[in-house]
Ligand binder design. Structure first.
Ligand SMILES: *Cc1c(COP(=O)(O)O)cnc(C)c1O
Length: 358
């Protein structure tokens, strides 16, 4: 039986992306590869209509965390003073990166799943001269969508730059690229873009890349990758096959109506999942209006362990996702990213009903 992945990446691939990934053997020092690289860079800029004279789409080999790390290692000057916003696992990871790179930082911390208190953020920005705010757009820990527009507006009011982890929202949610405060956005091939793992990217304003910051990393240094890519080159072996798959996946995204249509599709499927779960007495962790289109989390059903729920659904061909940390005992997560057909959805609804009926 074909498995449908309902975890937040890697996602179920389309047949065309799966085929493209292993379609040809390509040397990364040949013009065919650089044509592919140019095509992927252009398609990434086009998703949110980022002007090529303002933004670079910098491709790197690695996972979503590599994109976060490249952003933190490359774009923050030694005299930066950073405010990290935390309300889940990925906000914590950003703080950890600030520690590892010995950046002067403070953390504005909220409980996992709690909303970011904008009044508190305004207070922090007014009280202390932060040069950068670092935030997570979609906190995949709980499915909460953080208010990136409002955060960017507050940053602009305080002449503070914003760096964003949009690893699980890029390609499906609105991102305020036109906001001058927004300097860089970390993303990955294998979540909302429907490619395979191994390739990540950071969308960077040219001005952010051109600060002349002292280099702190060899293989995660964004100006190095960007310079080579602008010159139809690559500094190291890139994720060639992931790039083949991503080129196909980006074409599909465009043909399917772009990020807005993708977000709408995810949300429709998420509503169907929530509907059938609620019918069986399973409650969502967060209200729909505060959740992303990409993923929602739910209270574990009374009297059922996560393992029983997971294993039951897996027997029907669906892979769901556990909570992280302390939330593992209390919630489970279902993402509706990836190539999921209407027939898959109907089977999923039946599977949920069957497993929950015991
Ligand atoms: C998945 C995810 C990451 C990390 O991606 P990896 O590919 O697991 O390294 C970072 N941030 C967010 C918000 C994510 O959802």
């Amino acid at each position: 039986m074909k498995s449908i992945l309902l975890n937040p990446g890697p996602v179920t691939l389309s047949d065309a992306v799966r085929r493209a990934t292993a379609g040809v053997d390509l040397c990364h020092r040949e013009p065919e590869f650089f044509d592919l690289q140019d095509r992927v860079i252009k398609a990434l800029l086009d998703i949110y209509q980022c002007a090529a004279d303002e933004w670079s789409a910098v491709l790197i080999a690695g996972s979503g965390t590599s994109a976060m790390e490249a952003m933190m290692a490359s774009l923050l000057p030694d005299d930066a003073c950073v405010l990290v916003l935390e309300n889940g696992v990925y906000g914590e990871r950003l703080r950890k990166l600030a520690e590892i790179y010995r950046l002067e930082h403070e953390s504005l911390k909220f409980a996992w799943g709690a909303e970011i208190d904008l009044t508190a953020l305004a207070g922090s920005l007014a009280a202390c001269k932060f040069t950068h705010v670092i935030a997570v757009h979609h906190e995949t820990t709980t499915g909460r969508l953080n208010p990136v527009e409002d955060i960017a507006t507050l940053c602009a009011e305080h002449s503070t730059h914003l760096l964003l982890d949009a690893v699980s929202s890029f390609g499906a949610e609105s991102i305020a690229f036109s906001h001058q405060a927004l300097q860089a956005v970390a993303a990955t091939a294998n979540k909302c873009l429907h490619g395979i793992p191994g390739l990540a990217m950071v969308m960077c304003r040219h001005t952010a890349l051109q600060q002349g910051i002292q280099q702190r990393s060899l293989s995660l240094h964004l100006p190095t990758w960007a310079k080579h890519q602008q010159e139809r080159s690559t500094p190291f072996t890139p994720a060639v096959n992931a790039m083949l798959g991503l080129a196909e996946a980006l074409q599909e995204l465009q043909q399917q109506g772009g990020w807005k249509a993708r977000g709408k599709r995810y949300r429709e499927l998420a509503y169907r999942v929530a509907g059938v779960l609620e019918g069986a007495g399973v409650k969502p962790w967060l209200p729909a209006a505060e959740s992303s289109s990409v993923l929602r989390s739910y209270h574990l059903p009374d009297g059922m362990t996560y393992e029983a729920l997971h294993d039951g659904l897996k027997r029907h061909g669906f892979v769901i996702y556990a909570g992280q940390g302390d939330l593992a005992e209390r919630l489970f997560r279902i993402s509706t990213m990836g190539e999921i057909s209407d027939e898959d959805m109907t089977r999923l609804e039946q599977a949920i009903q069957s497993v929950l009926a015991g």
